[in-house]
Each structure stands twice: as structure tokens, then as C-alpha cells.
Design a protein around this ligand. Sequence first.
Ligand SMILES: [Zn+2]
Length: 335
Amino acid sequence: MIPDAEQANTGELLDNTPEDTLRLWEVLFGDQTGYLKTFTGEQARFSNPSARQNELTRVANRTWRYPEQAPPAAAYLIRQSNMRKDSYFGVHLYRSTGAGRLAADAVDLVRALWVDGDGAKVPAPWPLPSAVVHSSHGREHFYWTLEQPIPAREAVKLNKRMAVAMGADRGKAGLSTVLRAPDTLNYKRDTPELVTMEITGGRYTANEIDSVVPELPVVLPRVCPGRLATKRPPWAKHIKSREFDLVEWMGIWGVPAGSEVMDSKGRKWRLLECPIAPPGKEHSDGVYIGHHASGAPWFQCYHDHGQGYTWQDVRPIFQPGCYIPWWVGVVSKSA
Ligand SMILES: [Zn+2]
């Protein structure tokens, strides 16, 4: 049932149950086994009126065995929501109980594709999504169940192609993405909105989706920023240096980016989790990633532990091996 805004505002307990979340997980994970991740946090503006919209505080990451612990995990998300926390779950399973949500820890095969429409809609000729979650008025998350699981990296490529073609949020196409759980409340705006869901139950082959979604626009080979910029292969001399695409990088490597924050000098995004926080010091406030007007990326955590950390330190946390010189790969391939 959909409560009216009054009811949500007065903090009465909603008539919400974990059933929809459990049904959604069935659509996404099918008979897969692994570890499910949940992420919850409270809008920082509840305790600090000057906090930015959707800046979360008191964040909690939890790991659950799937499918055994799916019912308690879904019930936990509803409880957290009733305690005025925004409730999210990881859109694919993980291989271990390790802390955080590392792309490298994703299960090898995924059962479903996902797109955070962020207001964009699925074009009519495309397969009808298997599940649609209405995260707030006019904004949906779309999921497509696959007949056969496909490698996670292939799924990310398809997600990204769909997001780009739709004009959706490219930053949520990658591994490690979390999206809102149905039947929880979205506290981003002053009037909380109930997150609702529809399931059509459609199932598609990856080929069916691949055949209708346009390829990504062709771009010149990437030139890595920072340290690698000085180690370009000789044949790359004539390739015009291209601005590092931070949005794309965050999507590919599953960076938990929140909303874009206004910045006079370039673009910047809030991170939903600090990637360098020591155990017990996890936080989602005061941690940003962005790029200068020149295109050069930067990272900043304003907590004590963030002192001295830069983009150069944070990049390999998400993209292991990014500083291995280009010629190492060439040598090992030819060996
Ligand atoms: Zn930090």
C-alpha cells in the first residue's frame, strides 16, 4: 500500500513488509549463492541542517549469506527504513564476507542487468524490464533477468551501453552499485516517498538485449592521467591527449558515488563510503571525488585519516594494477 505523505511524515510505522524486496532478489539472483550486501544511512540534514541533500551519515554496511539470510536481510532494511534511514542493497552478489563492496569481490557470473534511470525511460523497442523499482516520483531503477548468467564484466558493459543510450545514470552501471530496496522510504527530500516495485517476470538472453542496444560511441584510446601520462608508449605520440573520463571510470570500477555537488572549478561527487577509512571509522560525509577544470582528477577526505591522501592513492583501491607500466602487459602477452 502507498501511504500518503502525511502518514510518512508523522513517523507512524508503515504497513510495509520485506516481501517485495525478497521477490526482487529472486528476480536478480535466481538460484545463485553468495553474499548479499546492504548499505543504510541517515540523511545528514536530520542532525545538521546545513548538510547537503542526500548526504548520509551513520552509515552501516552489512553482509548476509544468500539465500539463507535473505529474509532477515530484507526485514533489516525495512526496520532501518522505519528508523528514518535510507536503505540500499548491492545489485549483485559477492564471493566473500569481506568489508565494503569491492568490484574484485563480485561473483563471476550475474543473473540480471540493471540501470538507474534517474528519470530516463526504457525505449519502447527494448525488452520490457523484468522489474521496475520506483525510487521517487518519476525516477525508476530497471532490472532485466537473464535466461543464463553472464560474466559480471559483460553485464557491466551492457548496463553501460543501456545507460548511455537512455541518458540514464552511467555512474550506477558498474559493479559495487547499491540501489534502493522496495517498500522502504526515500528520505532524500523533505516529504519521504515510499519506494514501490512492479515485476513483469520477463527473462531475456544477453543476445536479445545486445541486439537492440546501441554500441557505445567510439572514442580514442585512453591516456591515463597522472603517473602514467609520462609513460605513454611511443606509438601513442600522435594520439591527441583526451580528458580523463571520471564518470566513466567510476562506473567501470564501481565507485560508490553519490550525488554530484556544485563546484565552481570543475565537477565533483560525494562518495557514499570513504574508501580509505580504517575499520570502525567508516563514514560517508566529507569525502569527495572530482576533477579540476583541466580534467585532472582529485580525491579528498576531510576526516583526520584523510590527510595526505590523494587521487594517486585512491585510484588503485578501485582499479588494481592501474600503475603497472604499459610495457609490462606487452611483454607478458608476447612471452
Ligand atoms: Zn575518510
